[in-house]
Design a protein around this ligand. Structure first.
Ligand SMILES: Nc1ncnc2c1ncn2[C@@H]1O[C@H](COP(=O)(O)OP(=O)(O)OP(=O)(O)O)[C@@H](O)[C@H]1O
Ligand SMILES: CC(C)(CO)[C@@H](O)C(=O)[O-]
Ligand code: BAL
Length: 300
């Protein structure tokens, strides 16, 4: 394996500096993950490897963004397989710090606040989730800064890769980076799906076969809206909601069409008049023990 595992900030910085020098590199990419990697993460890694001289993937299950302790405890941890997947994509470094390395004094006193954008949709069902996620993303973006003279001399480009699947997280990370002047470009990577259309997610492994089949109604309902938008027909969101609710194993949380940047509902544009412009259809539902999210951009 060419890939190298580091667990401390000091090691990461030293290895990044060494690799940038060795490769005469001028760009570094960071792929933040919580591990239990699948083809969605591989797509993030592939984009980062294509666009950067040095690529770091982080694996850290961040306690700060979990509500229920049970969800944190059962989050899958598969470091060896994760390393093999990242190695195959050409990632140089895996940063897998301990909780003590990231939060040496226990939970941080000062945190990033996600504000109203972090309180709706996912934030409403998972209070505090986005403050926890943004706080660790801020830290990871600092850990992942290119090391050595390439960065200190201002020559290195720095990019971080996030999946479109977590659309609200992506919107919040973009706002944090822009509102707080982080020296990094955020790159969005399209959602990778199973052949049947289910958005890949580490928690999908907790679905039974029947639940996996039932979960396909989420992407079907999104595709229905996409095809109506493309045909410039009224979206008739109510009928798409009814389709999801007709599936007995699925408990719908929300399904709406929103502005992709502010995530405010485009209410007047999603029922009886032909859809015009750009929107994002977002959906969340509990299927068996798993909360699933998905989304699809709409344009007409
Ligand atoms: N199917 C996917 N396609 C593209 N990117 C994805 C996909 N799934 C996850 N990602 C992205 O990978 C990064 C790390 O996500 P994470 O490790 O939480 O994986 P996950 O599969 O979303 O797990 P979870 O079960 O926690 O939702 C995030 O930027 C996320 O948006
Ligand atoms: C961005 C992230 C790695 C922060 O813990 C996590 O929220 C995720 O995997 O999407
Ligand atoms: N992929 C989002 C991280 C989480 O569910 O906590």
């Amino acid at each position: 394996m060419a890939i190298k595992l580091v667990t401390t900030a000091a090691e990461l910085r030293a290895e990044s500096a060494r690799l940038l020098l060795e490769k005469r590199g001028s760009s570094q990419g960071l792929v933040p993950t919580m591990g239990a990697l699948h083809s969605g993460h591989a797509a993030l890694a592939r984009a980062a490897v294509e666009q950067n001289d040095v690529v770091v993937a982080s694996i850290f299950v961040n306690p700060l963004q979990f509500g229920e302790a049970a969800d944190l405890d059962r989050y899958p941890r598969t470091l060896e397989a994760d390393m093999a997947l990242l190695d195959a994509e050409g990632v140089d470094l895996v940063f897998a710090p301990s909780v003590e390395e990231v939060y040496p004094g226990g939970e941080p006193l000062v945190r990033v606040t996600s504000g109203p954008l972090g309180e709706k949709w996912e934030g409403a069902s998972r209070p505090g989730h986005f403050d926890g996620a943004l706080t660790v993303v801020a830290k990871l973006l600092h850990y992942g800064l290119p090391g050595g003279p390439a960065f200190d001399g201002g020559a290195a480009a720095y990019r971080a890769y996030f999946g479109q699947k977590d659309a609200q997280q992506l919107a919040l990370v973009k706002r944090m980076v822009s509102d707080l002047n982080f020296p990094v470009d955020i790159v969005a990577v399209p959602t990778v799906r199973s052949e049947e259309g289910l958005a890949l997610s580490s928690r999908n492994r907790f679905l039974s076969e029947a639940e996996q089949d039932a979960a396909l109604v989420l992407s079907r309902a999104l595709r229905l809206l996409e095809s109506r938008a493309l045909a410039r027909e009224p979206l008739d969101l109510d009928s798409a909601v009814a389709l999801v609710e007709s599936q007995p194993l699925v408990r719908l949380d929300y399904f709406d069409v929103v502005d992709p940047g502010t995530l405010e509902p485009l209410a007047e544009n999603c029922q009886d008049t032909p859809f015009r412009g750009e929107g994002l259809a977002i959906i969340a539902a509990k299927v068996g023990p798993v909360r699933l999210i998905d989304n699809l951009p709409l344009s007409s």
